[in-house]
Design a protein. Sequence first.
Length: 392
Amino acid sequence: MFDFTYFTPTKVIFGKDTEKRVAELIREFGGTKVLIHYGGGSVVRSGLMKRVTDILDREQIAYVTLGGAVPNPRLSLVYEGIELCKKEKVDFLLALGGGSAIDSAKAIGYGVANGGDVWDFYDRKRQATCSLPLGVILTIAATGSEMSDSSVITKEEGLIKRGYSSQYGRCKFAIMNPELTMTLPDYQTACGCTDIMMHTMERYFSNGGNMEITDALAEGLLRTVKKNALILRDDPKNYDARAEVMWAGSLAHNGLTGCGSDGGDWMTHKLEHELGGLYDVAHGAGLAAIWGTWARYVYKDCLPRFKQYAIRVMDVADEGSDEEIALKGIEATEEFYRSIGMPTNLRELGVTPTEEELLDMAKKCAIGVGGAKGSAKVLKEEDMLAIYRASM
């Protein structure tokens, strides 16, 4: 195992009607004027926005609003939010929604507090030294951004999707009411469950350091999400299943399931970022579409982990060669994805890249990771291209 630092400062308020505490929490963390940042209008249609603004009005907390955060959140909206915050002298950010609104709000916070071009952080040109404080009322269990240090933004020029991680981007509080996720379309719920599992699997398939306790936590989380994703497929209003998935989403991406490892692999995410940047696909669906191909490309270099995963998570019998067991685990994962309506290749995802586009994605992916990256297997640009081609 490796030494590690585990830091999770986000205050979590979990359960029914917890959004009613939003004003007290904003005040607890020093907010006096708030930017409420949200997505395409679902928080308005559901009534959440009015409930929140009514509370802020009653408690005499000033606010301005900015909607428009979309899946694969855009840099142009981040710039708009930065200017709005400066103009209105905002000192606290409140994201209503899921990862898109939260990631966009994090970028706005970096841009306001640090000055200069916020894209520099995502382009690895400099590091943030501070951020506006941020809270979230979560409506989608998926990205784990409510407790993670990361955010992902898409730059429209060149269709470049990049992630940035900084401890300054961690939310001050996260309000999690599982009932708020019940209005989600089934497809979004399935995408969220996939993303949650992938955040754990990216850390799990590592050739660098492992801890028995961390493995047990990761495997338990994966089994729990797998079980409850199937429950929600058949019973979308099941509160207990919603609660299990929502809490799993936070634990999957707050660093817990990577303690003692080398940090994991993350190449499935990096490969998907280029798909999301080019085709604007749902992140969870893109991950499901690329994972099986990535797994078959790397499993021989990380065989003990793939065998362990197959037996402990996917319930594959410990019979046959290690390679046979590992492949059965990969196949069982793809069967699970299909059972919840997720794609397992690019054709099922609904995209058909040209050879030129495949070459461009591989090139941008390699640039994005600094040339080569991976723990299960180090991938170079030619490997990335081979995976993209095979995933067709």
